[in-house]
Structures are given as C-alpha cells and as structure tokens.
Design a protein around this ligand. Structure first.
Ligand SMILES: [Zn+2]
Length: 242
C-alpha cells in the first residue's frame, strides 16, 4: 500500500495539474505506486541519480472521462508514443551522475538495446531520471538524451536531509517548477536551527522535504502528469458520474 503522505502529495499535485491543463498539449498518467518504488530505488542509490524505463500498459487504455477531464484547450492527441495508455511498470536501467546516468553501459546495449537509437537505446518508450537534492528542470545533458525518446522523459527532483541533519538543495535553475506539494514556507524552529518541514520519510530513514515531478517531450514542450491509482484514476479527481 502506498504511504498516505505520498497519496496526499499526489492529490495536491493532481489539483495543480488540472488547474494548469491549458498550459500543456498532452498529459501522461503515472501510477503513484511506481513513484513510491522509484523513491525507494533512489534512496538506495544515493548519491547517484537513477534512470528508469517504462512502457505503456497496453492492457490499460486511459479512461474516456479522465481524458475529457485532463485535456487542455490546446490538446494534441498524437504527440508521442503510448500517449493513450497508463504508464506501465518501472524498470531500473542505470545509475550514475547527471551525465553518465543517461549512458547505458555498452555491454547492455549489445544484449538488450538496439545500438543505433542514442545513448540509452530504444528498449523503453518513456524514461525518468532522478535529481537527488536538485529541482526537476532538465539540464543540457537531459535535453540531449531525450532526443531519442519515443514517449516522454520525466524528472523526479527529491529534496531530503541526510541522516546527520544536513540539507543541500540546489534550486538556482530557471524553469517551470512542479512540486508535489507546494512548500508551506513553514520552517519549524528547532533549537537555534531552523528546520525545513517534512513531507514524508524514505524507506532508508531519510526525511523527505519536497518532491518535484515534470515530464517533457523531445521537442522541449512540457507534458502534464497526473498520478493515478491501480485503476488508472487520478488521485483526488472527482469522477462523480462513475
Ligand atoms: Zn537530469
């Protein structure tokens, strides 16, 4: 079962996704269960970033009512591969720094991937990589890596404090920010130190202060994300007529 703090954060995130739907030409549905699994992998891989591959779940087409509720005014129904299906199981593909994470080891490429489809091969439709302690805004290396993606690229930014209490958060980057739960600006006073509010805890015991999630198409346009349950229904989205 997905942690309740993550469901709460997903509800808040989805609300913002719906409010901003007219700013996007397409959207994806990502099961929140996958996000929890990816978070677990991310903390185990620290300080590395991780790369995750996904295929569309071809047994779960998007619900017609969800499509109607999530489409913006400028919707493009044919922007990328797998657009009409809920995103399937995550596969941990690689780990490394912000550059090397996109370069899947060559022996894997020979065995598993078609080698003429860019640094990450062509096995998966969608990709996600993590930004531990950095905002979810694509770097130049990220934009390059996305050039061979048929579906969407996603970035998960994770703000956390180390077990010794130290926090490092790099946010000096221009771009549209999509926090899972907007920062409350409520820094609790803790002795003489001011502490950042805690969103949730990782399986490794790290305090998670914030999460950011974005998706984008290789042409550079942003793709809206909604976090869904196992039936493909966005958390917190009111579907009265169902
Ligand atoms: Zn990156």
């Amino acid at each position: 079962m997905v942690a309740s703090w993550l469901i709460d954060a997903a509800i808040s995130y989805n609300r913002a996704s719906l409010e901003n739907r007219d700013s996007y030409s397409a959207f994806v549905l990502l099961p929140v269960r996958h996000l929890e699994r990816i978070l677990n992998w991310s903390f185990k891989a620290l300080p590395d970033e991780i790369l995750i591959g996904f295929d569309p779940m071809d047994t779960m087409p998007m619900d017609a009512e969800v499509i109607q509720a999530c489409c913006g005014a400028e919707h493009d129904s044919d922007l990328f591969a797998g657009q009409n299906f809920v995103i399937g199981e995550p596969h941990l593909v690689n780990r490394g720094n912000s550059y090397s994470v996109h370069h899947v080891p060559e022996e894997w490429m020979d065995d598993l991937f078609a080698s003429n489809r860019g640094s990450r091969g062509a096995r998966f439709t969608h990709w996600m990589h993590t930004h531990p302690n950095c905002v979810a805004i694509p770097s130049e290396a990220d934009a390059d890596a996305a050039q061979h993606t048929d579906g969407v690229d996603m970035i998960l930014g994770i703000e956390f404090s180390n077990p010794d209490g130290s926090v490092f958060w790099f946010d000096d980057v221009e771009g549209v920010r999509r926090p899972l739960k907007p920062p409350t600006r409520s820094w609790r006073r803790w002795g003489r130190r001011r502490q950042r509010s805690v969103l949730g805890r990782s399986s490794t015991g790290h305090r998670i202060h914030g999460l950011e999630l974005i998706a984008y198409h290789r042409t550079g346009v942003g793709v809206n994300v909604l976090l869904v349950d196992d039936e493909g229904m966005p958390h917190g989205l009111n579907m009265d007529s169902r």
